[in-house]
Write a protein that binds this ligand. Structure first.
Ligand code: ZN
Length: 79
C-alpha cells in the first residue's frame, strides 16, 4: 500500500481497524481487526492517504485524526 516500494515485512507498520471502528497503529502486530501494512515513512503514509489507499483497505473513511496519530507514530519511530 502506498508507494509500492518493497520493505522487509518486519519493518512495515501494521495499521488496524478494530471492532469499534477505530483506526490505529498495531504496535504488537496481533490486534484483531482488518489490517493494512505501510512503510515506515510519513511520505508513504501521506501518499496512501491521498490515493485513498487506507480507505480502500479499511472500506471506511479514515479520519484526519487517525492519519495524524499514525504519522506521529512513524515520526517517533524514525528517530
Ligand atoms: Zn511505501
Amino acid at each position: 500500500m502506498g508507494c509500492g516500494e518493497t520493505f522487509d515485512k518486519r519493518s512495515l507498520i501494521r495499521i488496524v481497524r478494530n471492532s469499534e471502528g477505530l483506526i490505529m497503529v498495531d504496535e504488537t502486530g496481533r490486534m484483531n481487526g482488518r489490517g493494512a501494512y505501510i512503510c515506515p515513512s510519513v511520505s508513504c503514509l501521506e501518499t496512501a492517504f491521498k490515493k485513498h489507499g487506507l480507505e480502500r483497505a479499511f472500506k471506511t473513511p479514515v479520519p484526519k485524526e487517525a492519519l495524524d496519530s499514525i504519522s506521529e507514530y512513524i515520526k517517533a519511530r524514525a528517530t
